[in-house]
Design a protein. Structure first.
Length: 265
């Protein structure tokens, strides 16, 4: 049984405990209590990877809902962005319903943001690339309407503080999200390299135009390693999010090709 099957059965709500367990329980409704019997009899305990996948999924959509409410209201663009993420993950049926409920839970006034983030960080077991991917997804949500509002920025910076992401790292992740938003989410398109401005390409790689060729290549390789879909899934990224990681690698590769071409012509 995969991680989602165990969540539907209530296993993860019981095993994770804390705010993430409560959110999973709320998202699957009556299935939560029904699943406890299997655990009490010693069956169906999730693996560490499945726990991390469930924690990532739960934190992603609940925090996204909280971020969307940061400026006082959830706009159509922000709702569309959340649904777009669900669509890119090809969520359907009960899994999509759970994601939508988690998004709604995040909008609640009493949403325990810090507790959710602290538990999520622990469940990631120090896997920094997973945490970065989480922040990237939240940044894409914040940029859904083309601009990050002050209230959203405050929450994003707070998220990074709790998750131990430095300001320097945050600026790099934000540049990646900002340039991707200007591309209209077409980073996985083979023609993306032709749509990238040189400025966008440098922003995505998080290097200046004055960087040496060696520095540009190192930045490219570092970003590719961080976003490698198979590596991320092995560390706990839900498989449903693999497509998003793949799109990021395409965007990074297109940026590198854009910079490389500009420097050789």
């Amino acid at each position: 049984m995969g991680w989602w099957g165990k969540a539907i059965g209530g296993t993860f709500g019981f095993m994770l405990g804390g705010p993430l367990g409560a959110l999973i329980g709320a998202s699957v409704g009556h299935h939560f209590d029904a699943g406890l019997g299997g655990l009490e009899s010693g069956r169906g305990s999730p693996s560490d990877q499945e726990r991390t996948q469930a924690a990532f999924f739960t934190a992603t959509f609940s925090v996204m809902g909280h971020l969307a409410k940061a400026d006082g209201q959830v706009t159509r663009d922000e709702l569309d962005l959340a649904r777009s993420v669900m669509g890119r993950m090809q969520l359907s049926g009960e899994l999509r319903q759970a994601a939508e409920r988690l998004f709604s839970e995040g909008k609640a006034t009493e949403f325990p943001l810090d507790a959710v983030l602290e538990q999520f960080r622990r469940e990631c077991h120090g896997r920094k690339n997973l945490v970065r991917m989480f922040v990237e997804i939240q940044l894409h949500a914040a940029y859904a309407d083309g601009v990050v509002h002050p209230a959203e920025r405050h929450i994003l910076e707070h998220i990074c503080t709790v998750l131990r992401i430095s300001r320097f790292e945050f600026r790099g992740l934000e540049a990646l999200a900002r340039a991707g938003q200007r591309l209209g989410g077409e980073g996985a398109d083979p023609s993306a390299a032709g749509k990238l401005s040189l400025k966008d390409a440098y922003e995505i790689l998080n290097v200046s135009a004055e960087a040496s060729d060696a520095e540009v290549k190192r930045a490219y390789r570092r970003l590719m390693s961080r976003h490698h879909p198979d590596k991320l899934v092995a560390k706990g990224l839900p498989e449903e999010m693999m497509k998003m990681a793949t799109e990021k690698t395409q965007e990074i590769r297109a940026s590198y090709e854009r910079v490389r071409k500009a420097r050789t012509t």
